[in-house]
Write a protein of this length. Structure first.
Length: 152
């Protein structure tokens, strides 16, 4: 049962990330996210947008603590699912897409090219309005399909 809860927690985070990105980051907390659309995306200096790491890590840390320290049922696999998603988000967004650490530069996988294209489309908007492609791991099919056509 814990494995199922872990997987469901991980998968549900894509919706949470999409919702938070569209309605929180491009909504009432735009002042924290704005520099991510206009900045240079390096770790030096940190962007105000990097504070979202603390905001999104808090539920995962709370669930890990409740599950491991206080043995609250199902909190540990939920916390692990949230944390695993956060790690994947960091790898995909900060390392693969924005190259904040120079790894994974030469990936020629259709899925990864689709992710990069969708994120590029998202970043063409420099204001909080008219945004698109708010998710991270689930790519709109039109980008995947376009990359498949390029490969053929």
């Amino acid at each position: 049962m814990n494995v199922i809860i872990f997987i469901l927690s991980f998968l549900s985070m894509e919706f949470v990330a999409w919702f938070a990105h569209k309605y929180v980051m491009h909504g009432f907390l735009w002042y924290l996210h704005e520099d991510h659309h206009t900045g240079n995306h390096s770790f030096e200096p940190l962007e105000r947008n990097d504070f979202f790491f603390l905001i999104f890590a808090t539920p995962g840390i709370a669930c890990l603590a409740l599950g491991s320290l206080f043995d609250v049922p199902y909190c540990l696999p939920i916390g692990l699912g949230i944390t695993a998603y956060g790690f994947c988000y960091f790898l995909v967004h900060d390392i693969f897409i924005h190259q904040r650490i120079k790894w994974l530069r030469n990936s020629d996988n259709v899925y990864f090219r689709s992710i990069r294209k969708a994120h590029k489309v998202h970043h063409k908007h420099l204001t909080k309005e008219d945004g698109e492609c708010f998710g991270m791991l689930l790519v709109p099919f039109k980008y995947f399909k376009a990359e498949l056509k390029k490969q053929a």
